[in-house]
Design a binder for this molecule. Structure first.
Ligand code: NAD
Length: 286
């Protein structure tokens, strides 16, 4: 059949509590549209009660060609892999693994995916980030790689924000990232171009915002990594003020677009993948 790939892909997502992940359908639907058959499986290590080592070995034995890795395995998978891409190595987190001829190579498409969704205007600007956990790690790397002039990171755990700032400075060989206390947030936001929420605040289980949105002005650019819901209180209030915004689909879809290319060598259509992502939320009302 013309345009139809004879190669089929067996892919999977490994993590805890991932039954509602929208990543499998993004890949399967994109593969369908490209005439490139993809079967994408959920491999929940919590339900299976299996270690990451066992699951990775089984995936290799069963002929999986690619895996996405999520919480809590993004760090612990690293020593199990044969090769690590430099970006993933420098932030010590892998979310994508390619399996070829029994060899495994790890990548981080959270970084590149968030990076591809950033607007060009942030280059040369000051940005404040709240949240220095797993998502914050990828966000901070992507912001600095995108050329921000200065990045201030705050977290309710101040040690975490300082540690992340040190790690990103040394990973990228710069001195432009600083960990700050929550008490310095208002002043820092006032002096910034943009603000990124990389905390769970805004999710149904964590209602509210991670900072007082009355500190925003219409000239601020505001990004939220939370994607359940896509329309968070932060984004709603920022838009009402007239701020430009980037919602959590930027990273969630961007990571899948980059993983799709790594898995299949094909360029995914980001708009179609975003549609597949949003459609699942509408169907489930989350
Ligand atoms: P995490 O637990 O690793 O880190 C969250 C960090 O936020 C912690 O360091 C915590 O101390 C800090 N924090 C929490 N509430 C805070 C507050 N009010 N003020 C300051 N700091 C606060 O979690 P994570 O894996 O980084 O996930 C964070 C959010 O990002 C979640 O909502 C998750 O769903 C979302 N996420 C989105 C994507 C995406 O693709 N869009 C990817 C990964 C995670």
């Amino acid at each position: 059949m013309k345009g139809f790939s004879m190669k089929t892909y067996l892919l999977g997502l490994i993590g805890h509590g991932i039954g509602l992940s929208r990543t499998p359908k993004m890949h399967e639907i994109e593969g369908f549209h490209q005439g490139c058959p993809i079967v994408y499986r959920i491999i929940d290590t919590l339900l299976l009660k299996r270690s990451i080592n066992e699951v990775l070995e089984s995936a290799i034995d069963f002929g999986f060609q690619g895996l996405n890795i999520t919480h809590p395995h993004k760090q612990e998978i690293i020593p199990l892999l044969d090769e690590i891409d430099p970006v993933a190595a420098s932030i010590n987190a892998v979310n994508t693994v390619v399996i070829k001829d029994g060899k495994t190579i790890g990548y981080n498409t959270d970084v590149t995916g968030y990076g591809r969704s950033l607007p060009g205007e942030i280059s040369g600007e000051v940005v404040v980030q709240i949240g220095a956990g797993g998502a914050g790690n990828a966000v901070a790397y992507a912001l600095v790689a995108a050329g921000v002039k200065r990045l201030m990171i705050a977290d309710m755990d101040e040690n975490r924000s300082r540690l992340l700032a040190d790690n990103i400075n040394s990973a990228l060989g710069v001195d432009k990232v600083e960990g700050i206390g929550l008490t310095a947030l208002e002043e820092s936001i006032a002096a910034s171009f943009g603000v990124v929420n990389a905390t769970p605040m805004g999710m149904q289980a964590h209602p509210g915002t991670s900072f007082d949105t009355s500190w925003l002005t219409p000239r601020h650019w505001v990004s939220d990594v939370v994607y359940m819901p896509v329309e968070t209180q932060l984004l709603r209030e920022a838009r009402a003020l007239g701020c430009k915004t980037l919602d959590g689909t930027g990273m969630a879809v961007g990571q899948a677009v980059d993983a799709f290319r790594i898995f299949t060598g094909r360029e995914a259509d980001p708009a179609r993948m975003r549609e597949a992502f949003l459609q699942q939320g509408q169907e489930r009302k989350d």
